[in-house]
Design a protein around this ligand. Structure first.
Ligand SMILES: [Zn+2]
Length: 398
């Protein structure tokens, strides 16, 4: 065995109870989970720490770290049209690479081991993800104005995102920025290159009104009729959904990425997460870009998602700690198309983190999952392993 983590409080997220034990890794797989201590080339003593799956951030625009704090406290359309898009129009591929490196460092240090992205120059995002060791599903962003060159864009991304760890996707921006011809072309190309889809959906009331005026249907119906919704689609936001929309998402097997903090900050509204989960839709968590959050902290995202459902439903029982942690791990991994990621089990991919719980704000431990979800912080993350490689140790990026 190459790596053994011993004396850890293991939170497996398999449905089994947390236990004190060891986790062994060979190559990029977990090969041992149990109570015994065996030998390995490298042994890490995880006394005082939790070992849990790495967090999965299922929606964002990582290079937008460069816009952190650039335009705050504005309505979505003013924010986008007068601030974000003019800034982005001046960004080069090198800028995107730098913003991506900054964002990936922030994510890794906070225990995020996989992320989903959508942006321009996505091949540069792929190169940085590959270099820094994180797992990623990267959508090449496209609007009506850039659809002509989209096949070339996808080809560039496919060259850069060619490993099993860093994968490519198509990224049609949103129903209000992509007309039916654009979306049909995206679908055609996604099929040609066998790509999953990442898209914004039903983010604001304005969007839903605009789409109803243009096409006489909801945003969800619009994407569905063009064939964009399926089991390899991750739809971000999904704030304003009718019961019919939820039925469509369920029927098509669409994965929803809930972005609680971005939706709160842009005053978009509260997604019907409790109802989506009740209907059996796979809902995971995403931070969105750092200009509408303003960080890439999945611990805050878990807490915001859970509290927001409780206050909206006027019911403290909804979105409990364990289900929230599943959204940030197992459900996120499922959205990325993995069935061997997001939990600690023999045979699973070795993406996991050690979280220091030997701190005042994490003691005492009556229920470790409650502590992680309701008291945990990104700065509690001590060690990060992705694909069997140690990327963060003692809270420092290696
Ligand atoms: Zn977004």
């Amino acid at each position: 065995m190459e790596l053994l983590i011993k004396n850890a409080l293991v939170v497996p997220m398999t449905g089994d109870d947390p236990f004190m034990g060891s986790v062994g890794v060979d190559g990029n797989r977990i090969v041992y989970v149990g109570a015994e201590v065996s030998d390995a080339e490298r042994v890490i003593d995880a006394g005082g720490k939790v070992l849990m799956p790495g967090l999965v951030n299922t929606h964002g625009h990582v290079a937008m770290t460069l816009l952190r704090g650039y335009a705050d406290d504005l309505p979505l359309m003013t924010w986008l049209e007068d601030h974000v898009w003019p800034f982005e129009a001046k960004m080069t591929g090198d800028d995107v690479a730098r913003g991506t490196a900054l964002g990936i460092e922030e994510m890794l240090l906070g225990g995020t081991t996989s992320f989903v992205d959508m942006y321009g120059f996505e091949e540069r995002v792929a190169e940085e993800a590959d270099r820094l060791g994180i797992r990623a599903l990267l959508g090449a962003g496209v609007l009506d104005a850039s659809i002509e060159r989209y096949e070339e864009t996808l080809r560039r991304l496919l060259v850069a995102a060619a490993t099993d760890r860093v994968r490519a996707a198509a990224g049609p921006h949103a129903p209000y920025t992509c007309n039916p011809d654009t979306l049909k072309r995206v679908k055609e190309l996604a099929e040609k290159y066998d790509l999953p889809l990442v898209v914004h959906l039903s983010e604001t009331e304005d969007e839903v009104r605009m789409i109803r005026e243009r096409y006489g249907k909801t945003s969800t119906e619009y994407l569905d009729e063009l064939g964009l919704l399926g089991p390899r689609t991750i739809a971000a936001h999904c704030v304003h959904l009718t019961d019919g929309d939820i039925a469509i998402l369920k029927e098509r097997g669409v994965h929803v990425s809930h972005n609680a903090q971005s939706n709160m900050k842009l005053a978009s509204g509260v997604a019907r997460v409790t109802e989506l989960l009740r209907q059996g839709v796979n809902v995971s968590l995403g931070t969105d870009g750092a200009c509408s959050n303003n960080d890439l902290d999945m611990w805050e995202e878990m807490r915001a998602a859970s509290y927001l459902q409780k206050v909206t439903e006027r019911d403290p029982r909804v979105l409990p700690a364990y289900e929230t942690l599943r959204m940030a791990t197992v459900y996120g991994a499922k959205a990325l198309g993995y069935n061997d990621l997001g939990f600690i089990s023999e045979g699973a991919l070795a993406d996991f983190i050690l979280v220091n719980v030997d701190t005042p704000h994490m003691q005492p431990i009556h229920n470790i999952v409650s502590n992680l979800v309701y008291s945990g912080k990104a700065s509690d993350v001590d060690t990060v392993v992705v694909d069997g490689k140690i990327l963060v140790e003692d809270g420092r990026l290696l």
